[in-house]
Design a protein around this ligand. Structure first.
Ligand code: SF4
Length: 287
């Protein structure tokens, strides 16, 4: 019997940015002709994580903060799959931050869509790692995942979109999926996706966005210049958006397969697999 999965409708609040992320994912999958049976969408915990129920693909709802090692395993186990991981800023920049650092280092062919709304929406509005200064104290600086990615030399694709800029977000989602489909490694796409119920950042982010795609002097292939630009924009209270960095490096699966092949060669030299030759060698040296 063949079972066909019918995605459910989203349960997000009216006006939530996540609708735009879902739309951009669907647009990119359709634009590149990627079929549901060729796609696996894994998600973390939070409002963002429920997008896994709304896209027609293989799906897996991972533990909190653990979406990236799970997605990396899926990419290794079946290189024919297009693997997409998605989650929020609480999931990816707090409990999952260590896994993000190692995904940047390893470069697995996984698209990671981090839906940043600078708040824990599902649990009703606590500060998240990107919330900025904590109300009343102003001592808590926000995490910047793009600058973090630029600081790790193995990263190959870093971009930031905004759900209010649908054309650019659609384009970035397609570019990120192309990177992953070409087995060029980890594509990190942070999407500014406001939580209209607990932290409506639409007007603030609209005013502070700086689109590097529209800057003729900006090159996404120069890591050092990208770092300087994003940090200086941050110092001016601006937020860099667009394709921030695009580089080249072998993907994790290629390295892993080479490692596996080395293991197989070691296995071929395992003395237990050459008992007769070993006995003959020992005989030659017997007194
Ligand atoms: Fe979206 Fe916020 Fe509502 Fe969650 S609580 S669905 S993040 S608007």
């Amino acid at each position: 019997m063949t079972h066909t999965y019918t995605p459910t409708n989203p349960v997000w609040c009216s006006g939530c940015g996540h609708y735009g992320v879902k739309g951009a994912m669907e647009h990119a999958l359709a634009a590149l002709g990627i079929q549901p049976h060729e796609t696996m969408l894994l998600t973390g915990i939070g409002c963002s994580g429920s997008v896994q129920n709304n896209i027609k693909a293989y799906g897996y709802h991972s533990m909190h903060g653990r979406v990236l090692p799970t997605a990396t395993g899926a990419a290794i186990a079946n290189p024919d799959l297009t693997v997409i991981a998605a989650g929020g800023d609480g999931d990816g920049y707090a409990i999952g931050a260590g896994h993000l650092v190692h995904a940047f280092k390893r470069n697995p062919s996984v698209l990671y869509v981090l839906m940043n709304n600078a708040v824990y929406g599902l649990t009703k509005g606590q500060d998240s790692p990107t919330s900025g200064s904590t109300a009343g104290t102003e001592v808590d600086a926000p995490v910047d995942g793009i600058t973090l990615g630029l600081s790790i030399s193995g990263t190959t694709f870093l971009a930031r979109g905004f759900t209010r800029k649908a054309d650019q977000l659609n384009r970035l989602m397609v570019q990120a999926l192309e990177h992953v489909r070409a087995k060029k490694g980890f594509a990190f796409l942070e999407v500014l996706s406001p939580c209209v119920t607990y932290n409506d950042t639409f007007p603030d982010w609209d005013a502070r966005l700086y689109d590097v795609d529209a800057d003729p002097d900006y090159s996404p292939h120069d890591r050092g210049a990208a770092f300087v630009k994003t940090v200086s924009l941050s110092d001016e209270d601006k937020i860099a958006s667009g394709l921030i960095y695009h580089g080249e490096r072998p993907c994790f699966e290629a390295e892993w397969l080479a490692y596996e092949s080395n293991l197989a060669q070691l296995d071929a030299h395992d003395p237990r697999n050459h008992r007769d030759e070993l006995d003959a060698l020992m005989d030659r040296h017997r007194m």
